[in-house]
Design a protein around this ligand. Structure first.
Ligand code: UT7
Length: 322
């Protein structure tokens, strides 16, 4: 049986860093509150004019270089994002044209913070079915664009960045399983209120921003991500304590700790980058993955559990050998 395997990773963050202390000067908050409630210490914010495709392109180039794959060899590009540069062409096509991969399929996957896991799961199927041999999967966001910088309940959380992986077929074990979930009953707990069809009127008036009932999101994220992690590990017959690494969605350190406890995986084997990056939505998992690959923590052949949770709600998990 042939697997889809990650053969290269890459990431990119904007140059500008916004610390908790910077935020103290902008809104009624404190470094202590942000650190203790979320784990975030600083985050990267896109410069004026810097877009999701810019960050995604940088991450893509790094992943292609790490994989030793030329853009012309790509069969498909899939981008998980909720903050596209344009309504269309999609971000995948913008990146395709810039890197010179013209002709291959390219599309975006709109699943909020779970966008990268959704994209990875789709890419994996194309490779296992033999319909694609080289697929670039990207998670890229500029969430700072739809945050109300006077709303302390959201602006301290969200940030910008991108991560990417290249997938290829392999006889050695790669992606073992992916599970995707969504539940629209929770659509009012985390959402962005404007869109092409519904209209941008409130956006034009400068009053439309991401809306979140954080406390409720927190509770359901812990419950569903714990269930998803337990289910995927059970199905694969792998005890959580045997995993080499969990690479979780970086939304809140307390959510990450709760899941690590539930699957009995010590925090020393959990990749945590939230202190540096904040919540970068669909970029969060591939960004954390690339950081841990490049600093040598994650090694070839190790077992990894990836998970993410976001607006919709959408969520998912992936189990793989790196
Ligand atoms: O990636 C998508 C998924 N998103 C998530 O998973 C996010 C999940 N939710 C969370 O991470 C947490 O709910 C938050 C970090 C958003 C909030 O933490 P919390 O412990 O749930 O705080 P809270 O909303 O219950 O607020 C507690 C207090 C409130 O004050 P009172 O009413 O107790 O006086 C808030 O007004 O903290 C206050 N507060 C703040 N204080 C200082 C809220 N935001 C801030 C702030 N600085 N930035």
């Amino acid at each position: 049986m042939s697997y889809a395997r990650i053969i290269g990773t890459g990431s990119a963050v904007p140059e500008r860093v916004l610390t908790n202390h910077d935020l103290e000067a902008m809104i009624d908050t404190s470094d202590e509150w942000i650190r203790s409630r979320t784990g975030i210490e600083r985050r990267h914010i896109a410069a004026t004019g810097e877009t999701t495709a810019d960050l995604g392109e940088c991450a893509a180039r790094a992943a292609l270089a790490a994989a030793g794959v030329k853009p012309q060899e790509l069969d498909m590009i899939i981008v998980g994002t909720t903050t596209p540069d344009l309504v269309f062409p999609n971000v995948g096509i913008l990146i395709q044209e810039r890197i010179g991969a013209n002709g291959c399929a390219a599309f975006s996957c709109e699943a909020a913070c779970a966008g990268f896991l959704y994209a990875l799961s789709v890419a994996e199927k194309f490779i296992r079915l033999g319909e694609a041999r080289r697929v670039l999967v990207i998670g890229a966001e500029t969430l700072s664009r739809f945050v109300d910088w006077t709303d302390r309940s959201t602006c301290v959380l969200f940030a910008d960045g991108a991560g990417a992986v290249v997938l290829a077929p392999s006889e050695e074990t790669g992606i073992l399983k992916t599970h995707l979930y969504a539940d629209g009953r929770y659509k009012d707990l985390l959402y962005f209120p404007s869109g092409v069809s519904k209209g941008f009127d409130s956006l034009k008036s400068g009053k439309d921003f991401v809306q979140m009932r954080g406390n409720e999101v927190f509770r359901i994220a812990v419950r569903e991500l714990s269930r998803a992690a337990v289910r995927i590990l059970d199905e694969a017959g792998i005890p959580g304590s045997d995993l080499d690494w969990m690479v979780p969605h970086q939304a809140n350190l307390r959510i990450i700790e709760a899941i690590s406890k539930r699957i009995e995986l010590p925090m020393e084997r959990v990749v945590v980058t939230i202190q540096e990056h904040g919540n970068t939505s669909a970029a969060s998992v591939p960004l954390a993955l690339d950081v841990a690959v490049r600093d040598g923590r994650i090694q070839r052949g190790q077992s990894l559990l990836l998970e993410a949770f976001g607006g919709g709600f959408t969520w998912g998990a992936a189990l793989l050998r790196f």
